[in-house]
Design a protein. Structure first.
Length: 414
């Protein structure tokens, strides 16, 4: 009876963990055969007993589970460590609890009826717990919540996830003779690790809302730039009759040279008011805004744009373009030139922004660029914004700093 109970409880653990992990981590093998193989390996790992006083059983089980997640899932870094530790804490706690209770049943030679009641209660508890756990985990089925996590957030999560595992680790090294006290410690560890799931979910939602608010602000800024340009047009149109009156007066007085000069000046003002870089209204407004900004700073901004209507999030595209141009203008290239290419062809949107620079471009260990500005908390975010916007669009970002030319290249599949 005890052996059968042991097997049933371990199968409950294996089945539920097998359903929960793919929600949090991206499976490497998505075929039916790959899923079956993953389930079998996980079941064997869950069947490995975690025995009090035998530390080697805990270490072997932990190592096997880490290897399992490394092979069968594509995620890496702090995310993999955090999620692996979360689920392994549940596996090891459940394994230890199962072993303690089955040993108690065997050692006390309980009557069949009592054994059956205890078995039914344990099975019901396991099913109830894992049903609740799956409900928490399923909230992460919205992949945008997990994608909003930064490596730092996953790092903190990994650190916290080690705490329940250390508690079980300690209980194995220094086993408690009192079964009830052992149960309390294990339940505390399980409660702590389970509480991490709703905590992570709410953190993810907060990060997602902050990201959406940031994108909304960017969109608002972009449309405000469009409105500002429209206001300039309306002002120019309102004053146009007065300008024509001046030209007509010069002509009536026979001062043709002054009329021609005034007309040229009027044409220059109109040309500077707005340029048509592309047929896309929002992108054209952004390019015009950055063109005027570059001109004020004495920079020649050469733009080659050929983009029509795009079936993509325009806010993200404008985020890429605006941040790249802001960085280039703020860099104040020594030759006072910035080159931009923006085209959509061959089912791809290509954006390239290049500018010259002097000095050394410093990078972090992960390849990210270090800002030269003193306020590095609020600066150096342009590249990060570009990468995040491109990632949301499924694009690739390449940044190079060769031969004193800094280039940002983004390719997005349409």
């Amino acid at each position: 009876m005890a052996t059968l109970l042991h097997l049933i409880l371990f199968l409950i653990i294996a089945v539920n963990i097998n359903l929960a992990i793919p929600v949090m981590l991206e499976p490497r093998f998505k075929s039916k055969g790959g899923k079956i193989c993953s389930a079998i390996v996980l079941s064997l790992i869950c069947l490995l007993p975690v025995i009090p006083s035998l530390l080697i059983t805990y270490l072997l089980s932990a190592l096997a589970f880490f290897i399992y997640t490394w092979i069968f899932f594509t995620d890496r870094g702090s995310k993999l460590v955090a999620v692996t530790m979360l689920f392994y804490s549940i596996i090891s706690s459940s394994s230890l609890l199962t072993l303690l209770w089955t040993e108690t049943i065997i050692s006390n030679n309980m009557p069949l009826l009592m054994t059956t009641i205890i078995a039914a209660v344990l099975i019901a508890l396991y099913e109830t717990y894992f049903t609740i756990l799956r409900q928490y985990v399923n909230k992460f089925s919205d992949k945008s919540i997990l994608s909003s996590f930064t490596p730092e957030v996953w790092g903190y999560s990994a650190f916290i996830s080690f705490c329940p595992a250390i508690l079980i680790f300690t209980l194995i090294i220094f086993p408690v003779q009192n079964l009830m006290l052992s149960d309390v410690i294990i339940f505390f560890a399980v409660a702590a690790v389970t509480a991490m799931f709703p905590l992570l979910y709410h953190v993810g939602r907060s990060l997602k809302l902050a990201e959406e608010n940031s994108r909304l602000k960017l969109a608002t800024d972009f449309y405000q730039e469009v409105e500002a340009q429209q206001l300039q047009f309306r002002k120019f149109k309102h004053d146009l009759m007065n300008q024509f009156t001046v030209i007509a007066t010069y002509l009536d007085l026979g001062e043709n040279d002054k009329a021609i000069s005034y007309f040229k000046q009027l044409g220059a003002e109109f040309a500077n008011l707005s340029k048509t870089f592309t047929k896309n209204t929002l992108l054209n407004a952004i390019l015009n805004s950055k063109y005027q900004s570059a001109k004020i700073n004495g920079i020649d901004l050469n733009i080659e744009a050929n983009v029509g209507e795009l079936n993509l999030n325009e806010t993200d595209i404008c985020t890429i373009v605006a941040n790249a141009l802001d960085n280039a203008i703020e860099a104040n290239p020594p030759d006072k030139k910035i080159s931009v290419v923006l085209t959509d062809k061959d089912n791809q949107l290509l954006f390239v922004c290049s500018n010259s620079f002097t000095g050394e471009v410093k990078t972090e260990a992960d390849g990210s660029f270090i800002t030269h500005k003193e306020d590095n908390r609020n600066h150096g975010l342009g590249i990060k914004n570009i990468k995040e916007a491109a990632a949301r669009l499924g694009g690739d970002v390449t940044i190079t700093a060769d031969d004193n030319i800094f280039t940002v290249k983004v390719i997005i599949r349409i």
